[in-house]
Design a protein around this ligand. Structure first.
Ligand code: HT9
Ligand code: FE2
Length: 373
């Protein structure tokens, strides 16, 4: 059994005012081949909310809820918070942890699934912070990233609660037939193809979450759609499709195939962003503004389900995940995909080739240790 002396919440980060929007976006997209028009577009999403991304406040709320749950269960690890792209930056947090005498920390990333963007890039961030601190003569803690939690019972329960609440907001006559649509962040097809030890893990994990939530709400074999949102990158590069807006148009035009093979008109949808653990900018802009507007134009009833956020079932599930590592308890996998993201081979989820980026603009990628138990 291994011992840990701290817990680190590791996230993406987001701007906290209008002046921070462009510097944040440049940092996120450096060397990524994202067209300038897309950057200007996304800047408008943030500026619409006075340049404040919701993600930092959401993470602070999660950290507070986790702190309380640690206390309730008498887990004495101190909790820290650091980000990849904005304050508090991971390297600063790691420096504080080192000064506090932390030797080994469990890390929870705010992405529940695998892929380069959702998993490996966080491992690289941890490795880079360690290298950066070593350059200052500081020895960073050893970081151990927790496994993926896309099928954690508490995550499924929190999302199922949210879908039930959303269905309850539809007019009674639309509830039973409302289409359950799950969304996650689109990624390039090629990133999905290389996700996980044998490929396709991003799609497999999001499909598992969607199925488990749909079945928790409507019973075994329940119908559901899994679609994608927030695509970026040049149009000629294929990303996971269909996009939520195209999907809504398709449903309105041709209806949905029922189990008996007929096409029934779709009158209402519940859209559950199970690919996000809290209300990120992508959820607020791409769903609450854009997709809601598409549905309105099509005359479709539309309710967006809440994200897991600080739902007590989710918070408790995350602390189960911590206790699993503290006590060596057997992991629970509801989906049958098994334990994902724990002992990753070094070839797992490789950084995508970015043909449009200047080689010099590529940040140096520190080696990621193959295993880390
Ligand atoms: C899989 C995935 C998650 C995981 C889900 C999770 O971890 O929750 C995620 C999270 C997030 N992505 C975020 C923001 C952005 N992502 C971008 C760009 C990209 N994301 C990608 C994928 C993902 N992204 C990809 C393949 C790109 C293309 C560039 C590249 O190959 O790296 C861009 C650039 C502009 C644009 O093109 O949109 C921005 C601003 C925020 C913060 C939101 C806030 O402020 O609330 C969060 C949590
Ligand atoms: Fe992103």
């Amino acid at each position: 059994m291994s011992s840990f002396d701290a817990f680190l919440l590791l996230s993406f980060g987001g701007p906290q005012g209008p002046d921070e929007v462009m510097p944040f976006l440049r940092k996120v997209t450096a060397g990524r081949g994202i067209p300038d028009e897309r950057l200007t577009d996304v800047a408008q999403h943030y500026l619409h909310y006075d340049g404040v991304s919701p993600i930092t406040a959401q993470n602070e709320a999660l950290l507070l809820a986790l702190t309380k749950e640690f206390e309730r269960r008498s887990i004495t690890l101190p909790l820290y918070f650091g980000n990849r792209n904005w304050h508090p930056f991971l390297a600063d947090t790691a420096r504080t942890m080192a000064a506090d005498g932390i030797g080994r920390a469990l890390v929870l990333a705010t992405s529940a699934t695998g892929s380069y963007s959702g998993c490996r890039q966080y491992r690289e961030d941890l490795a880079r912070a360690t290298v950066d601190l070593a350059g200052e003569g500081v020895s960073a803690p050893e970081f151990v990233k927790l496994r993926h939690y896309f099928d954690l019972p508490g995550f499924i329960e929190a999302n199922a609660n949210a879908v039930r609440d959303a269905l309850g907001q539809l007019p009674p006559e639309q509830r039973e037939d409302a289409r359950l649509i799950f969304t996650a962040h689109s990624i390039p097809d090629s990133m999905n193809e290389t996700a996980g030890p044998t490929g396709g893990l991003y799609l497999a994990e999001h499909t598992a979450t969607a199925r488990l939530v749909a079945e928790a709400v409507r019973g075994p074999g329940a119908q559901f759609d899994l679609v994608w949102q927030s695509r970026s990158g040049p149009p000629r590069v294929p990303w996971l499709a269909p996009d939520i807006n195209d999907h809504l148009r398709g449903l309105a035009a041709s209806g949905a195939a029922t189990t008996s093979g007929e096409h029934a008109p779709v009158r209402a949808v519940v859209v559950a962003p199970t690919g996000f653990i809290s209300d990120h900018m992508e959820v607020m802009w791409d769903l609450d503004n854009e997709a809601a507007e598409t549905a309105r134009e099509l005359g479709l009833g539309f309710v967006r389900a809440a994200t897991a956020g600080t739902d007590p079932a989710f918070v408790s599930g995350l602390v189960d995940l911590v206790e699993e590592r503290l006590s060596g308890r057997e992991p629970v996998s509801l989906s049958g995909l098994g334990v994902c993201g724990r002992d990753c081979p070094s070839t797992c989820c490789p950084a995508p080739l970015r043909p449009t980026a200047e080689p010099a603009a590529q940040p140096a990628r520190p080696a990621v240790p193959a295993t880390e138990s």
